[in-house]
Design a binder for this molecule. Structure first.
Ligand code: NCD
Ligand code: ZN
Length: 363
């Protein structure tokens, strides 16, 4: 099965999402389907409260995810471990051996949502990095420094200089994904890297620059971490994503927060984009005249990096405009009313996803 596209229709190998927050409880029950209706697999972030720091917690979380997905959808959640200062390397070895952990996630302590138990000193967790390098467990990095003297718009570039570069020198065989990159510096660094380094790129960082957060007032729906940067960075990300280079692949960083938690005096970071993520990416590739490279970014570069097979199923989109709702109401057990605001709320997107097609031998 090959990529096939015309002015009116696109068929592509079913994509995977290499970075998503599915949350837990009632939110999980509401959002999981948005991911599973389009993506065949997803790397599920472990930043629950409390975070996923044991194999047993990951196994139980995977069961809750699968329970939240309609049985007719084929979806495989790929679980990750949350690195802390005192996590034992044995946990990573066990999770890897048992086929539970597909990767481990490094949050610098207090860098983003639910990261207070993250790593306070990278130098102090050398035994975790050594183990991951040895067993081939990829390290996924939220690449921002947390130093208050570093401007928020410089935190990614500073992280690369201060931490990522030395880490890659010290552990040359470690497989690393710099997650949700937002800067020209990150694009350049990943492209130039001779080590096993890749990066995910979100739909929102391809569509918005930092002005969106302040357009006519404070727009908390566009606030996420790492925060969107200047226009030149957005353009660099668009070039990277649509370049076809194997080191760049799809990771939505869909991160739902209830509307009330976004619209608050201390609103949460995160954009919920899962529901229209593929349509959002397709728009970018079409605008860049790069639809022939969509499949590499969405469906091939990720599995190649993780050493996993390509999906055999396919998805189809047709050029039929769809209006994105201003908000989505959650179905809650206690009948209370809560909303999520999706990325592109109130806009019209040119492409619409058709139901997933299964090939006979899809597993
Ligand atoms: C994420 C979340 O809400 O869990 N937020 C975000 O802004 N992206 C955490 C993260 O990936 O930084
Ligand atoms: Zn994330």
């Amino acid at each position: 099965m090959a990529l096939n596209f015309s002015a009116e229709q696109i068929t592509l190998r079913q994509p995977d999402d290499w970075h998503v927050h599915l949350r837990d409880g009632e939110i999980l029950k509401n959002v999981a389907i948005s991911t599973a209706r389009v993506f065949r697999r997803a790397i599920v972030m472990p930043n629950l409260s409390p975070p996923i720091t044991s194999v047993e917690e990951a196994v139980n979380y995977r069961i809750r995810i699968l329970d939240a997905i309609p049985k007719e959808l084929s979806f495989t959640p790929l679980m990750t471990a949350y690195l802390t200062d005192d996590l034992s390397p044995k946990v990573l070895e066990q999770g890897h051996r048992e086929g539970v952990f597909v990767a481990a996630k490094l949050y610098p302590a207090n860098a983003t949502t639910n990261s207070s138990q993250g790593v306070s000193d990278l130098k102090a967790i050398g035994s975790l990095f050594e183990t991951m390098e040895r067993i081939g467990l990829p390290l996924l990095i939220h690449g921002e420094v947390v130093d208050e003297d570093v401007d928020i718009f410089d935190r990614e570039a500073t992280f690369i200089d201060r931490h990522l570069q030395p880490l890659l020198v010290r552990y040359p065989k470690l497989r690393v994904v710099l997650e949700h990159i937002t800067t020209e510096e990150a694009v350049q660094f990943v492209q130039d890297s001779k080590s096993n380094l890749a990066a995910t790129i979100t739909p929102h960082h391809l569509h918005i620059n930092r002005n969106a957060i302040f357009a006519g007032g404070l727009r908390s729906d566009f606030y996420c971490l790492p925060v969107a940067k200047r226009e030149r960075h957005r353009l660099a990300l668009r070039r990277a994503a649509t370049s076809g280079q194997t080191c760049f692949f799809l990771g939505t960083d869909s991160a739902p927060h209830l509307r009330g938690s976004k619209e608050s005096s201390c609103g949460c970071a995160g954009i919920f984009n899962a529901q229209y993520a593929l349509e959002s990416y397709v728009t970018v590739f079409e605008e860049e005249g790069a639809l022939e490279r969509l499949e590499a970014f969405a469906s091939e570069n990720g599995p190649s990096f993780y050493g996993l097979p390509f999906n055999k199923s396919s998805v189809r989109l047709e050029k039929r405009p769809q209006q994105i709702p201003k908000q989505l109401q959650l179905k809650l057990a206690n009948n209370s009313v809560e909303y999520l605001v999706p990325f592109h709320a109130g806009e019209s997107l040119r492409w619409s996803l058709l139901p997933v097609e299964k090939s006979l031998n899809d597993n």
